[in-house]
Design a protein around this ligand. Structure first.
Ligand SMILES: Cc1cc2nc3c(=O)[nH]c(=O)nc-3n(C[C@H](O)[C@H](O)[C@H](O)COP(=O)(O)OP(=O)(O)OC[C@H]3O[C@@H](n4cnc5c(N)ncnc54)[C@H](O)[C@@H]3O)c2cc1C
Length: 430
């Protein structure tokens, strides 16, 4: 039995930030982390198939730099952040590069679609889904399937008919995007692991008792008793029942979790077999026109940082379908690449690939949360302290400021939960 002021479940951005703030205020903390490393869904790794190049498997971009708490922290620590998405974006139609006029038509369609959908949010009324919000444009404009594939399935990791319009609109992330030089997972680790204090790795929390003066946080290796607990696991993990709450969570909290399911965004990485870079500069983004709604779709970033690999991104229903089968995901990536560059382009790649496992890893169960239509209020509902402030949820899913689903939002939310504990004086009495 270990005894601390505040126990924290999860060593992702939210958990690390919460622990840091509590420790600075003189509280004792212990983070319990199921996996063997800090960072959670921000993970920089070196997949063997990439021959030494690093890969951000999850979060890669510091979104909304103007509001992102990691940006000043990184700069103070001397990290040089570079603007993201500076390379060309290439649209392909039926196996050929679109003309300049077609690229321009696509951009006009994007502006029209965004304007139409945003106008629906301004109308008030019930929180409908993003697909319905496009109205007649969905039937008349041939670019809308591509725009939905990008704006919903890839960016929000869920297909448009299942995504709350209000939540989509709140989390537009239309500010500046920056990249850290050595990966976002690595940056998070460098900045936040040490100040967060003790972390117990391989500690899978299975039960949280919160009925009484303090809390009991139980793992297979033992129990931690604390004045309060901050739970930062994903809403996918919460919904899975991996952690039993005793007493069970109030109906409002359960409804909030159900209204914030996890979307899925997967990366499939292929490595070049030779020197042919198909005339594309480092970081070129390539994608094709989507003809039908729900057609599985992949966009690519070619040769990031001058490396010899391409990263394919697949999101929403298509990603969930491929999640249990990395070989099928690789076949899909190769087929999508052929759809852009022709059958012979398949020989650009060496055998083997790397596919992320966010959908199947029991400690993530998805990439990031989205709100169901009608569920946009769930993020605020999940922040409400339970048991006189002894039990708090925190993390990306709890943000209501436009940073839901981001690392920056998770950091801010860990701090929010820590501040709530300090304000209420909870977590000090055991
Ligand atoms: C593919 C992908 C791309 C993304 N792209 C971006 C991006 O470019 N920019 C951006 O800002 N964000 C991006 N995100 C989102 C971002 O990674 C998350 O919003 C953020 O990292 C979430 O932090 P968190 O602390 O809320 O949760 P997490 O990082 O999930 O932390 C929770 C921790 O809890 C642990 N845990 C789970 N269950 C248990 C248990 N029972 N006991 C103990 N520990 C447990 C987990 O292992 C994890 O470490 C992306 C995510 C993915 C997956």
């Amino acid at each position: 039995m270990t005894d601390v002021d505040v126990a924290i479940v999860g060593a992702g951005a939210a958990g690390l930030a919460a622990a840091t703030m509590l420790r600075e205020a003189g509280r004792s903390t212990l983070i319990l982390e199921a996996s063997s490393a800090p960072g959670g869904r921000a993970r920089t790794s070196f997949p063997p198939v990439l021959g030494g190049a690093w890969l951000d498997e999850g979060a890669a971009w510091l979104h909304q730099a103007e509001q992102n708490p990691l940006v000043p922290l990184a700069r103070q620590a001397g990290h040089r952040l570079t603007p993201a998405f500076r390379s060309e974006s290439r649209l392909y139609i039926d196996g050929r590069l679109a003309t300049a006029a077609e690229h321009a038509a696509y951009e006009r369609a994007e502006a029209r679609w965004t304007e139409t959908v945003i106008a629906r949010t301004a109308e008030g009324g019930p929180d409908i889904d993003v697909a319905t919000a496009a109205g007649p444009l969905r039937l008349s404009d041939p670019w809308v399937p591509t725009l939905e594939a990008w704006s919903a399935s890839l960016i929000d990791a869920v297909d448009a008919p299942r995504l709350s319009l209000a939540d989509w609109n709140t989390n537009q992330l239309d500010g500046t995007n920056l990249n850290p030089p050595n990966g976002l997972g690595r940056l998070l680790r460098d900045l936040l692991e040490e100040p967060a204090g003790p972390i117990r790795y391989g500690a899978v929390v299975r039960r949280i008792g919160w009925n009484g003066g303090g809390v009991a946080v139980e793992t297979a290796e033992g129990s931690v008793s604390a004045g309060a607990v901050i739970v930062t696991v994903s809403t996918g993990v919460l919904a899975s029942g991996l952690i039993a709450f005793d007493p069970v969570l109030p109906a409002e909290a359960q409804a909030a979790i159900a209204d914030l399911p996890m979307g899925l965004l997967s990366r499939v990485v292929l490595r070049a077999s030779g020197d042919d870079r198909l005339g594309m500069d480092a970081g070129t983004m390539a994608f094709r026109q989507v003809r039908r709604f729900g057609d599985p779709f992949m966009s690519f970033i070619a040769w990031p940082r001058g490396t010899d690999h391409v990263i394919g991104f697949v999101g929403g229903d298509a990603a969930w379908k491929l999640a249990p089968d990395p070989a099928a995901a690789t076949d899909f990536a190769r087929a999508e690449w052929r759809a852009l560059f022709g059958a012979e382009a398949d020989s650009n790649f060496a055998p083997g690939s790397f596919t992320t496992d966010w959908g199947t890893d029991p400690y993530n169960l998805g990439a990031y949360s989205y709100a169901r239509p009608g569920g946009a209020g769930a993020r605020a509902a999940l922040t409400l302290p339970l048991g006189d402030g002894r039990l708090l949820f925190a993390g990306e899913a709890c943000r209501t400021d436009g940073l839901a689903g981001t690392v920056g939002g998770a950091v801010l939310d860990g701090r929010r939960a820590a501040a709530a504990i300090l304000e209420q004086g909870a977590g000090g009495h055991r």
